[in-house]
Write a protein that binds this ligand. Structure first.
Ligand SMILES: *[C@@H]1O[C@H](CO)[C@@H](O)[C@H](O)[C@H]1NC(C)=O
Ligand SMILES: *[C@@H]1O[C@H](CO)[C@@H](O)[C@H](O)[C@H]1NC(C)=O
Ligand SMILES: *[C@@H]1O[C@H](CO)[C@@H](O)[C@H](O)[C@H]1NC(C)=O
Ligand SMILES: *[C@@H]1O[C@H](CO)[C@@H](O)[C@H](O)[C@H]1NC(C)=O
Ligand SMILES: *[C@@H]1O[C@H](CO)[C@@H](O)[C@H](O)[C@H]1NC(C)=O
Ligand SMILES: *[C@@H]1O[C@H](CO)[C@@H](O)[C@H](O)[C@H]1NC(C)=O
Ligand SMILES: *[C@@H]1O[C@H](CO)[C@@H](O)[C@H](O)[C@H]1NC(C)=O
Length: 353
């Protein structure tokens, strides 16, 4: 029999975590100890958020409430953290995922009772617009005006997600919530761009050494690669951001093309991994550790930024861009797939060496 570490519960949380063991297990894999920071944005935090949402939604079927009060939320968060830690998850989830006990409460949303909720809303489709409409409608029920209504709409969105989770099958609820989260994260590059002094010195228009320029580019990109595992769409955002920065430095030649920078160069390296726009869960195996699937189908050459910002200097950028699939379409894409199983223990060795 497998030995589970002994977990001391507060005894003060009314949520039934046993009923969601599978979800919590998956969360601990996606948020595995030292790898949690690398997978935070794309896999760990969205899964943690989906898990909380589903558990809270499920609890509402008994309590009729879609949120916990403040006392409960503190105890429940501590209990959940202890369970996740016992299953191998990082102990830093609060900071990695900006997780607060208020994530379990209603925050500023005025409606938490399921009955009241269902009389206000009829949400037909699990689509973002319907959720936003629903959240906005519910927000309007607040009697006290808030200075910043967008905060309240965002709080109500979380409540709508919990309610939605009760209307879907467990696996469907999870997929939907992860899909919604990834739609959002795929819109921005999560990487921090270091100073570009070496690139500007080696690649500016007057300097003609391709070797020097590409050396500076490679060195720069290698700093980006240490930061996180990212999705194909995030990599596209990152390429665009970097391209825009190059243009601002008056570097008009297409250094991405010249130096053969591709999308996967923006993600954590070694075996080469670009996550699909909606990554599948990490899998734990006794022998090989944590692994997940990378999809290099979308590893296209990094495209030049859109030429709208500087028509004149973009003449070298004519490569057509094949945009990778959006999360909704990702699973239904047939065609060839070049999948790589990425085993994180390999990365650990690299990062710690
Ligand atoms: C929690 O859920 C499990 C599985 O659904 C069930 O067996 C158990 O009785 C529940 N515990 C409580 C206290 O409701
Ligand atoms: C939801 O709660 C029911 C009991 O009310 C339980 O049987 C079921 O396993 C729970 N599902 C999840 C995902 O927590
Ligand atoms: C918790 O709430 C904060 C602020 O509303 C949000 O940024 C964060 O993503 C939430 N964390 C999780 C794990 O849901
Ligand atoms: C918070 O919720 C719990 C469980 O629903 C309840 O026992 C407790 O009295 C509530 N506390 C407050 C301050 O409302
Ligand atoms: C929001 O409220 C308006 C007016 O009450 C209603 O027509 C609309 O269907 C509501 N939207 C949703 C998503 O329920
Ligand atoms: C060129 O790039 C290298 C790193 O690849 C750097 O050490 C050097 O200082 C750069 N030269 C200039 C003039 O910026
Ligand atoms: C780029 O070129 C413009 C026009 O020649 C000039 O005004 C600007 O200062 C240059 N920027 C940099 C960062 O060299």
């Amino acid at each position: 029999m497998k030995k589970e570490p002994l977990i001391i519960f507060s005894g003060l949380c009314s949520l039934n975590f046993t009923a969601s063991e599978g979800l919590i297990q998956t969360t601990s894999h996606n948020c595995w100890t030292v790898f949690a920071p690398l997978l935070a944005n794309v896999m760990c935090c969205p899964q943690l958020d989906a898990t909380l949402t589903i558990i809270l939604g499920n609890a509402s079927e008994e309590t009729g409430l879609l949120a916990l009060n403040r006392t409960q939320s503190k105890h429940c968060l501590l209990d959940l953290e202890r369970i996740l830690l016992g299953k191998g998850a990082s102990s830093q989830l609060r900071s990695i995922c900006s997780l607060y006990s208020s994530n379990l409460t209603v925050s500023s949303c005025p409606v938490i009772e399921v009955d009241e909720f269902e009389s206000v809303e009829c949400c037909e489709k699990a689509c973002q617009n319907a959720i936003l409409d629903a959240a906005t409608n519910i927000t309007l029920k607040a009697s006290e005006p808030l200075t910043d209504n967008s905060v309240r709409i965002s709080d109500c969105k979380n409540i709508v997600h919990r309610w939605l989770a009760t209307k879907l099958e467990l696996s469907q609820a999870k997929e939907t919530l992860r899909g919604l989260a990834n739609c959002k994260i795929n819109r921005a590059c999560p990487l921090v761009f270091p100073d570009m002094r070496d690139i500007s010195g080696n690649c500016s228009n007057g300097v003609s050494s391709q070797t020097g320029c590409c050396g500076a580019m490679d060195s720069y990109v290698s700093h980006l690669q240490k930061q996180a595992l990212i999705t194909n769409l995030q990599a596209l955002d990152c390429a665009t951001s970097l391209g825009t920065k190059l243009q601002k430095l008056n570097i008009t030649k297409n250094v991405f093309n010249v130096c053969r920078i591709s999308l996967k160069d923006f993600s954590l390296q070694e075996s080469g991994c670009l996550l699909p726009s909606l990554p599948s869960d990490a899998i734990f195996d006794q022998d090989s550790g944590i692994s997940f699937t990378c999809d290099l189908n979308d590893n296209i050459p990094a495209p030049c930024p859109s030429s709208s910002s500087s028509q004149s200097s973009a003449s070298t950028c004519k490569t057509p861009v094949r945009i990778p699939a959006l999360p909704a379409a990702a699973s239904s894409q047939p065609g060839v797939t070049r999948l790589v199983i990425f085993v994180l223990s390999v990365v650990l060795v690299i990062l710690l060496s």
